[in-house]
Ligand binder design. Structure first.
Ligand code: 5GP
Length: 191
């Protein structure tokens, strides 16, 4: 029977650099895919609908929740985020490894439904560094930065729920670590 793909949750505080690490990891293997989430938050400059996110209205989001179209969904700093279920299932069936870049509550929901998933949590070298990155990104208001830092502190306190914790002190090293974790898991599944 064809191999089913790996489901990988890639989590970590907002601003920790998950997106940058993913940009390095995804081209390394033709079987890797990143799930595109839906969100009610407004696009940031440079974000494209259907690429970073599907930007949807609160009404549409609530309807998708009611219709059971999300694999998981959660509120984060005042906005709704959800992983559309059908594309993820279809990719896994095709043997592709699917990364979900999601926050803690979403991870807990997926973990309950798919205990076999692989989970990785990225931590910043320090909270000062995280604050500096959020400010440096220039995409958030002061209020949003404070709210994200507060959520980050809680998420980091829960990091032991994940299979692997990696420190993003160097993007190349962190990306290498993600690749090694996935290769090990594939080998484990084969044996
Ligand atoms: P941002 O607004 O910075 O793009 O994302 C805020 C947080 O929501 C990040 O931690 C991001 O990983 C998470 N997130 C993005 N998409 C989803 C999703 O589909 N579900 C959940 N639960 N969290 C998501």
């Amino acid at each position: 029977m064809a191999r089913r793909g790996l489901l990988v949750v890639f989590a970590g505080a907002s601003g920790v650099g998950k997106g940058t690490i993913m940009k390095q990891v995804l081209p390394q293997d033709e079987r890797f895919r990143l799930s595109v989430s839906a969100t009610t938050r407004l696009p940031r400059e440079g974000e494209v609908d259907g690429r970073e996110y599907y930007f949807i209205t609160r009404e549409r989001y609530d309807q998708m929740v009611r219709d059971g179209m999300f694999l998981e969904h959660a509120e984060y700093c005042g906005n709704g985020y959800g992983t559309p279920k059908a594309p993820v299932m279809e990719m896994l069936d095709r043997g592709l490894d699917v990364f979900l870049e999601i926050e803690l509550n979403g991870f807990l929901q997926v973990k309950e439904a798919y205990p076999e998933l692989l989970s990785i949590f990225v931590v910043p070298p320090s909270m000062d560094e995280l604050r500096a990155r959020l400010i440096g990104r220039g995409t958030e208001t002061d209020e949003s930065i404070e709210s994200r830092l507060c959520t980050a502190m809680y998420e980091i306190s829960q990091k032991d729920l994940f299979d692997h914790i990696i420190i993003n002190d160097d993007v190349d090293r962190a990306a290498g670590e993600v690749l090694a974790i996935i290769r090990n898991k594939r080998e484990e599944n084969l044996s």
